[in-house]
Design a protein around this ligand. Structure first.
Ligand SMILES: Nc1ncnc2c1ncn2[C@@H]1O[C@H](COP(=O)(O)OP(=O)(O)OP(=O)(O)O)[C@@H](O)[C@H]1O
Length: 295
């Protein structure tokens, strides 16, 4: 867990959250200056360099000139009211938006100084480097073993069965699932609990040795105990991977992330160290959101 945020973590746990009311949506008169983000949106050790990013769905502009660096091995949380563009922006990072016909992405998006949207870019390779875990656990209707072995097989990462066995075991261990499933690797994955399925999806994502894991509300379909396990896992994985997590839970952002990015109506309003965002936000809109004045 993120010790930096201990003052916040002590205030709420996943167990409490079921009782925390969702803040109400209220209009605001605050004018947001396009392309201007307060706080610390840049890093000297950027894994992603994102500049003037705009995303359109047809004529409608969902992301408005956002610039942000995502640092190597950081956990950054994207928060903000429903519809503010968190998932849209997240999906740009491994071109998941490509599958939406009306979606168009503009601006400069670089991973390790290389253009993510270069027409020559191999998108399958990109998604192996930048894996994704979705809101609802989505295991394949295959065995536990085959779910984890799927990626390494299609990417040719193991020549021998013993190599594949090792990747499967290591991935399940990293996802904190090995002890629970080692005696039933041939059982079908869809028979597992929701929390186990989500950790299996995390094991599947890390089996191809990604550098980045994108998580789009990974705990929203989980109970508090399964949520706590996934959050522990995020803290462990952050030693080896860059993690970008979209969450509706401010408590979760506070518990797991190093920096927090606050989105509002397609703008990136503020990025700061998580502790600062939740104790002394710089922007009045961030403050209104975290104090529950609007959602
Ligand atoms: N496939 C799509 N086609 C058209 N518009 C879309 C599509 N996906 C998202 N949008 C629009 O883009 C805007 C941003 O949506 P997005 O899902 O990124 O927001 P979000 O902050 O992740 O919301 P939530 O927290 O509710 O998941 C919204 O106005 C939404 O209606």
């Amino acid at each position: 867990m993120n010790t930096m945020n201990s003052s916040i973590t002590s205030e709420a746990s996943p167990q409490d959250e079921a009782t925390v009311p969702v803040p109400e949506s209220k209009p605001t008169d605050t004018v947001i200056e396009e392309g201007k983000t307060v706080g610390k949106p840049y890093s000297d050790d950027a894994k992603f360099k994102l500049r003037d990013v705009e995303v359109f769905y047809g004529e409608s502009r969902a992301i408005k000139k956002i610039s942000l660096d995502i640092a190597r091995n950081e956990v950054i949380a994207f928060i903000g009211p429903s519809g503010c563009g968190k998932s849209t922006f997240l999906r740009c990072l491994n071109r998941m938006n490509d599958s939406i016909d009306i979606c168009r992405v503009k601006g400069s998006l670089q991973l390790d100084d290389q253009d993510i949207y270069d027409s020559k870019r191999d998108v399958v390779e990109l998604r192996a480097r930048v894996g994704m875990v979705f809101q609802k656990p989505n295991p394949f209707p295959k065995s536990i073993y085959d779910n984890v072995a799927y990626g390494p097989r299609i990417h040719g990462l193991a020549n021998r069965k013993s190599d594949l066995d090792e990747i499967v075991e290591n991935s399940l261990r990293k996802a904190g699932l090995w002890e629970e499933v080692k005696d039933r690797l041939d059982a079908t994955a869809t028979g597992m609990s929701g929390g186990q399925q989500q950790r299996l999806c995390i094991a599947r994502a890390i089996a191809v040795s990604p550098e980045v894991v994108l998580m789009d509300e990974p705990c929203s379909a989980l109970d508090p105990i399964a949520t706590a396990k996934v959050e522990e896992l995020i803290a462990e994985l952050s030693e080896s991977y860059t993690i970008v997590i979209v969450t509706h839970s401010m408590q979760q952002a506070a518990r797991v992330s190093h920096r927090t990015a606050y989105f509002h109506l397609g703008h990136l309003v503020e990025v700061n160290e998580t502790n600062k965002v939740f104790t002394s936000p710089e922007h009045e809109l961030t403050e209104s959101y975290i104090t529950g004045r609007f959602g």
